[in-house]
Design a protein around this ligand. Structure first.
Ligand code: IDP
Length: 138
């Protein structure tokens, strides 16, 4: 079990002015920020990040949404980081997310759902390395 996960604050939450509130919830939940940046994904980069979903019907919509505005990308550290962060963000569809979760509070729809959270230790490592070099992680 690794103690790191990877997150993005997605373009909907950035546009809606929720970045500060989301980071506050993450830090208050006990996650330490290992690395963090604001950036914008090109369609090509968003397509590569979500390559595992390329056969899913919503892939085109997802790539276009994720490249539609700036995002914040971050690596987070906490014991049991991947599972605890998935609990903190809630279900993919905000309509099904638990009260108090980040998606329940800040997401708009199943596609525009405010935040990303890695779903395994292996993906946390791959996704963190997509955005950050070892020299950027403290
Ligand atoms: P997750 O982000 O909760 O792990 P996944 O099923 O891995 O959910 O889907 C990745 C992302 O694809 C979701 O966070 C969401 O932005 C988008 N997505 C998932 N299902 C749909 C859908 O039915 N329509 C549009 N976008 C979707």
């Amino acid at each position: 079990m690794s103690n790191r996960t990877f997150t993005m604050i997605k373009p909907d939450a950035m546009r809606n002015g929720h970045a500060g509130a989301i980071l506050d919830k993450i830090i208050k939940a006990g996650f330490r920020v290992v690395a963090l940046k604001q950036t914008k994904l090109s369609e090509e980069k968003a397509g590569a990040f979500y390559e595992v979903h390329k056969e899913r019907p919503f892939y085109g919509e997802l790539v276009s949404f994720m490249s539609s505005g700036v995002i914040i990308a971050a690596i987070l550290e906490k014991e049991n980081a991947v599972a605890d962060f998935r609990t903190l963000i809630g279900a993919t569809n905000p309509a099904q997310a638990e009260e108090g979760t980040i998606r329940k509070m800040f997401a708009t729809s199943v596609g525009e759902n405010a935040v990303h959270g890695s779903d395994s230790d292996e993906n946390a490592q791959i996704e963190g390395s997509f955005f950050f070099s070892g020299l950027e992680q403290f």
